[in-house]
Design a protein. Structure first.
Length: 501
């Protein structure tokens, strides 16, 4: 086989989205306005009476925003929503996607298949192998929670809804949320409650992938300059400092790093970025707090890994060197990720993405909205390269951000496995950023998995125990916490002719 090694560097992207909060009944101003404009809107009496408020928020100018969800037969109609903006009690704008005469188009509210059967059908159509499908929570007769069932990394929610289908009207359906074990996909879908067929399929994971070799001039992030959090009032008294690519600098290709002191916004994060209980004083000295828990996920297990510790002074000042093995810049990378997520949280708070609107916070200091949903941000995630994604669940559930390492040279396809037949063929790979030039004649040799004397035994970060087996072979080694350069040097010294990380 021919071989290329990986050289990977840090991205700086962040995605934060939100879904509506839980239903809150009806608003009398909206109800009165709909009744007054019923004829002009072409809505029936049922249309203007069967709905619930799903979200309310107000901005600093005193404008109040209300979002409603249309219902029929006591069930929500997916996508049938309306939004209202009120100022000083007067309606100033209105947006409408409600379905006219919805009751006449709605089939029976009795499903032909159970929610559990819908989940099994969905898994089959998605190519997933569901194990035991078991109800773990019953909210009401039409809303359930299932165990992960072997296909998801979190409990699976199911509720009965009406789903509009182009050309076919309304269908009674089971609405499901399945976060795949791989975390590449966070499926938001509807299964026909009669046929079991998927009739709506969306992915809640938003991803940004750059073309190969494009890092130096990458502009995957928004081009418009972003402003720093507003500076109304004194800074929180936690004294935290972070050396980062501070906004509007979005990545190394945009500008230099700077040392920021007390960057948390006094309105959005009144107790600083390391608080979780609403009492002065940090609960965490690592890159964890009310809005974000940032750590590495190099081993791709979706569990919190290493987080740099700013100690009592909350000082996060780490070197960032290019070019270098990504793990050599791990503390700087996680600090930058923690800063970026918190900064965006604080900025968007000023524009209405606050607690009542379903933002991401462990503790909602105002008591509005749902808490326990800080962003789980993974740096240098081992699940891929040249990509980033963010999954956005309902309010009250943590979103997960996965930031992968990035290649400056692009993906190569010259790694070819000759045998065994079950895995043979070409594989995408990335050239190492160190070492001698590639040989002009393809290198072919057997592959041997590295073993060392400390668990995990295949990362090559400790004393190699199967060095004799590596002589003249291509060493296959896991990432681990030591640098690529150090492990490759050790494997070369053991006699390996090439290394695949």
């Amino acid at each position: 086989m021919t071989v290329r090694l990986r050289h990977l560097i840090l991205p700086a992207l962040a995605f934060l989205l939100a879904l509506p909060a839980a239903a809150q009944g009806q608003d009398p101003v909206v109800a009165s306005w709909l009744k007054e404009h019923q004829t002009a809107l072409g809505l029936s009496q049922t249309d203007i009476s069967q709905w619930v408020v799903t979200s309310e928020t107000s901005d600093k100018n005193g404008t109040h925003y209300i979002y409603i969800q249309q219902q029929v037969n006591g069930l929500p109609v997916r996508g049938a929503v309306a939004n209202f903006a009120l100022h000083n009690g007067r309606m100033v704008t209105f947006g409408n996607r409600m379905i006219k005469d919805v009751a006449a188009h709605a089939p029976s509210a009795t499903p032909g298949i159970r929610a559990a059967d819908a989940l099994k059908q969905a898994a089959k159509q998605l190519g997933l192998s569901a194990t035991t499908v078991r109800v773990t929570k019953t909210m009401d007769a039409t809303t359930f929670e299932f165990s992960p069932s072997g296909i998801a990394s979190a409990p699976i929610k199911a509720r009965l809804v009406y789903q509009p289908v182009d050309g076919e009207g309304l269908k009674l359906a089971w609405d499901l949320s399945i976060r795949s074990n791989s975390t590449v996909h966070w499926w938001d879908l509807a299964v026909d409650a009669t046929s079991g067929k998927i009739i709506r399929l969306n992915d809640r994971n938003v991803a940004c992938r750059l073309p190969n070799g494009s890092f130096a001039n990458a502009r995957c992030a928004v081009e418009a300059p972003m402003v720093a959090p507003m500076e109304d009032g004194p800074p929180p008294p936690d004294g935290a400092s972070y050396r980062v690519f501070a906004l509007p600098v979005q990545a190394p290709s945009f500008g230099p790093r700077t040392l920021l002191s007390n960057p948390a916004d006094v309105d959005a994060s009144p107790y600083g970025w390391h608080d979780t209980n609403g009492i002065p004083g940090a609960e965490y000295t690592i890159t964890r707090g009310n809005n974000v828990y940032a750590s590495d996920d190099i081993d791709n297990d979706d569990l919190p890994g290493f987080s740099p510790d700013g100690e009592a002074g909350l000082s996060f000042d780490y070197t960032f060197t290019q070019p270098a093995d990504p793990v050599d810049n791990l503390s700087a990378a996680i600090t930058n990720l923690f800063y970026m997520c918190n900064a965006l949280h604080d900025i968007w708070y000023q524009y209405g993405f606050d607690e009542v609107s379903g933002n991401f916070q462990a503790t909602n200091y105002t008591g509005a909205g749902e808490g326990n949903d800080e962003v789980l941000a993974d740096a240098q995630d081992g699940g891929g390269v040249n990509n980033a994604n963010f999954g956005t669940p309902d309010d009250g559930e943590s979103g997960r951000m996965q930031m992968y390492t990035w290649s400056s040279t692009g993906v190569d396809s010259s790694l070819v496995v000759n045998s065994p037949a079950s895995v043979d063929g070409p594989y995408d790979n990335v050239l190492a950023g160190f070492g001698p030039p590639l040989p002009t004649v393809p290198l072919t040799a057997d592959v041997v998995l590295v073993q060392d004397d400390v668990s995990p035994a295949s990362d090559g970060c400790d004393s190699i125990t199967n060095g004799a087996d590596l002589v003249g072979k291509i060493a296959l080694v896991d990432r681990g916490i030591c640098t690529f350069v150090s492990k490759v040097q050790a494997l070369q010294d053991a006699g390996a002719v090439a290394v695949i990380v």
